[in-house]
Write a protein that binds this ligand. Structure first.
Ligand code: DC
Length: 234
């Protein structure tokens, strides 16, 4: 029986993390967890309750009082591009958390150490025992520093903005590529420059630039690396 690995996939917005990570998990028969969805769920709750995004104490309490569940999508939902179903205090918010407003709020809330502390503990609990592909910004550096396989997924800023723009098009949302580019740049800057757990490549992470690669190709490459690690870590 091969060892069931912990696979950490980190990278900026639009690098294809969610789709790739979900595909890798399906190929290996592992659990997939989208840690960004947890930050987004707490951000949605803060926006709904009108908790100011500067109020660190109130946001920490909010995070502590929040119950987030991530579940795999049904096959037809997955075929339509859904990667995780997200439940916030028992209410499904899978679509609500995918707006630009929630993305920006999540990125701001993610700069608060005490909020991260609460969510990181949940992520570590969910991933204990291995057989998991977890994606985010600090999985290989903070959440699972001992993960057997770490991937840092990159793509050019233009490619990432174009991918985000396509997602908007598919949802019938009218927005210019320039606007999406600005949104991606702003979020990247905040995620990379924040003091607590910034988005950085772990020293032992494999850098995969998928600017010129499709989802399937990227996923296959990671699965190949995982198969190797399964053998050497056993
Ligand atoms: O991956 P995403 O775009 O759904 O993440 C939303 C925001 O949450 C992102 O801008 C930064 C934050 N995040 C984080 O700080 N750490 C993680 N592990 C995952 C997401």
């Amino acid at each position: 029986m091969p060892l069931r690995l912990t696979i950490a996939i980190d990278g900026p917005a639009g690098s294809g993390k969610s789709t790739v990570a979900r595909r890798v998990a399906a190929m290996l028969g592992y659990v997939y967890l989208d840690s960004g969805a947890m930050y987004r769920a707490v951000a949605l709750k803060a926006l709904e309750r009108k908790v100011p995004l500067e109020n660190e104490d109130q946001l920490e309490i909010l995070a502590r009082e929040t119950h987030i569940e991530l579940k795999p999508p049904a096959p037809e939902q997955e075929a339509a591009g859904m990667t995780n179903r997200v439940f916030l205090d028992g209410r499904e918010v899978t679509r609500e958390i995918r707006t630009d407003e929630v993305a920006q709020a999540a990125s701001r809330l993610a700069t608060i150490g005490s909020v991260r502390h609460v969510l990181v503990a949940e992520q570590q609990k969910a991933g204990a025992g291995g057989g998991i592909v977890m994606e985010g910004r600090d999985i290989g550096t903070v959440v699972f520093p001992n993960a057997e396989l770490k991937i840092f997924l990159e793509a050019s800023a233009v490619t990432r903005a174009q991918r985000r723009w396509m997602e908007h098009q598919e949802k019938g949302e009218k927005v210019t590529v320039a606007k999406v580019m600005e949104e991606v740049r702003e979020r990247d800057k905040r995620d990379r420059e924040r003091k607590v757990s910034p988005l950085v490549r772990a020293k032992d992470a494999v850098l995969v630039d998928n600017t010129a690669m499709g989802i399937e190709e990227t996923a296959r490459l990671i699965v190949l690396l995982a198969r190797e690690r399964e053998k050497t870590s056993a």
